[in-house]
Design a protein around this ligand. Structure first.
Ligand SMILES: Nc1ncnc2c1ncn2[C@@H]1O[C@H](COP(=O)(O)OP(=O)(O)OP(=O)(O)O)[C@@H](O)[C@H]1O
Ligand SMILES: [Mg+2]
Length: 417
């Protein structure tokens, strides 16, 4: 490792610590704008359940391996990373804040002050504020202001979408990353990061829901009128589908996962009864320890679990009042959205037009690492690049990120507010 040079300033690095895989991307901003992946490392996760560290040693090794591979490919060492979060029960709330600006022209200082205020009002010793995203502004009681900078007012109001997560699991995530001698520059909630990677501006303006279908979690980020207004995480994912198959068919989970990927589907088709699949049974390595099951049985195991998971998520989005508000577009990310029929089933259950989201904003990815399972990691890089290269980002990201950065100078607010 000592042969590698120290990190040149503009390089950005991200680690997605997922239930099934740990992934590290290193990227460099390009001259003409945009980001290019120059280092990629990923491997099977150990010691991680539903995105939470359950074995520090094993998880630390998985992270270290991914980082090492990415660093070697990039030929650079990294010092700090942006890390994905699905653990710590991330939850969203919206807070309306108003401050006096005394008839002056509103500047960035006022914007920071008001967001800092909402952050301070929300943070507690056991819940950390991960994001404070402005949803809409008002000046002197007039709502619907997109960007109040430069306007003159007595009072500035903002609705802030705050995403918090439990402090304990976050400390363990950071501890795991620290084992690789890396600092955590920022955290980003996984579905929000995935959304940053795969959405186009029009979708964000018109309203869209992103659902990241992972191994241990299924999570959502909802955008309305150009802003992220809600996120949620359900701790059920593709791994639970695999476990159901393994249990019902008494087959090892590695085989159950392969069956799911090769022959599985979330929707029934007419030929399912005629197609027969060989299933090696648990503990039987000899020929003969094989059951023959119709594909319809496999589908009947898979469908209810996927349906239930998506229904739970939909119920939560309905309860939060964002299911309808987000319009008719749904974008799926995460490895589990590649299940045959997942798109169709999600379309039926949500009543929306569905597309599969792949990382759009990161160049240099291959077929193997440019799919929906890598959306979170790619999105983390875009999130990481936000402060240095706002110009390449859509205005909504630039605006959000300007205010996001303020989170890192929380102390400043405490002293100045
Ligand atoms: N072609 C496929 N068809 C069906 N399922 C698939 C396919 N490819 C991957 N999966 C499933 O996707 C899941 C892994 O997805 P992903 O890599 O997004 O998870 P993760 O990020 O590690 O987990 P999480 O985000 O929940 O912590 C596994 O359950 C795997 O079985
Ligand atoms: Mg994931």
């Amino acid at each position: 490792m000592s042969m590698l040079s120290r990190t040149a300033p503009p390089i950005r690095a991200a680690i997605d610590i997922g239930t099934s895989k740990v992934c590290c991307f290193i990227a460099r901003p390009e001259d003409g704008g945009g980001l290019r992946a120059v280092g990629i490392g990923h491997n099977v996760s150990r010691g991680i359940e539903a995105g939470a560290i359950v074995d520090m040693e094993a998880a630390g090794e998985s992270v270290a391996r991914a980082v090492q591979t990415a660093e070697q490919m990039a030929g650079e060492r990294i010092d700090e990373v942006v890390v994905s979060v699905v653990t710590g029960r991330p939850s969203s709330q919206t807070l309306a804040v108003e401050v006096a600006v005394g008839g002056h022209q509103i500047g960035e200082r006022d914007m920071r002050r008001i967001l800092g205020h909402s952050r301070i009002a929300t943070e507690s010793p056991d819940r950390i504020v991960l994001h404070s995203l402005p949803v809409g502004y008002s000046i002197d009681g007039t709502n619907g202001i997109r960007d109040p900078r430069g306007m003159i007012a007595d009072r500035l109001g903002v609705n802030v979408h705050l995403i918090t997560a439990a402090a304990g699991p976050l400390r363990n995530l950071d501890g795991c990353v620290a084992r690789c001698h890396l600092d955590v520059a920022a955290h980003a909630v996984s579905p929000y990061a995935s959304a940053l990677a795969v959405l186009v501006e029009d979708e964000i303006e018109l309203g869209v829901t992103v659902i990241d279908m992972g191994a241990g979690t299924t999570s959502a980020a909802v955008f309305v009128d150009g802003a992220c207004v809600h996120t949620d995480v359900v701790p059920i994912g593709g791994m639970h589908v695999t476990n159901d198959i393994a249990r019902v068919l008494s087959t090892p989970s590695a085989h159950a996962d392969r069956m799911k990927i090769l022959f599985g589907s979330a929707v029934t088709s007419r030929d399912d009864d005629r197609e027969v699949i060989d299933v090696p049974t648990l503990g039987e390595s000899q020929p003969g320890g094989i059951n023959h099951v119709p594909r319809s049985l496999l589908v009947s195991i898979i469908r209810p679990r996927v349906e239930e998971t998506l229904e739970i998520l939909r119920g939560r989005l309905e309860a939060a009042g964002v299911h309808r508000a987000a319009g008719r577009r749904l974008v799926l990310t995460g490895g589990a959205c590649q299940l045959l029929g997942a798109r169709e089933l999600a379309g039926q259950l949500f009543g929306k037009q569905v597309r599969i989201g792949k990382p759009l904003w990161l160049k240099g990815l291959s077929e193997a690492n440019g799919g929906p399972a890598f959306a979170t990691c790619a999105g983390l890089l875009r999130y990481a690049a936000r402060s240095n290269d706002d110009a390449m980002l859509a205005p909504w990201v630039a605006q959000a990120s300007l205010l996001e950065r303020m989170g890192r100078i929380g102390q400043w607010f405490k002293e100045n507010f």
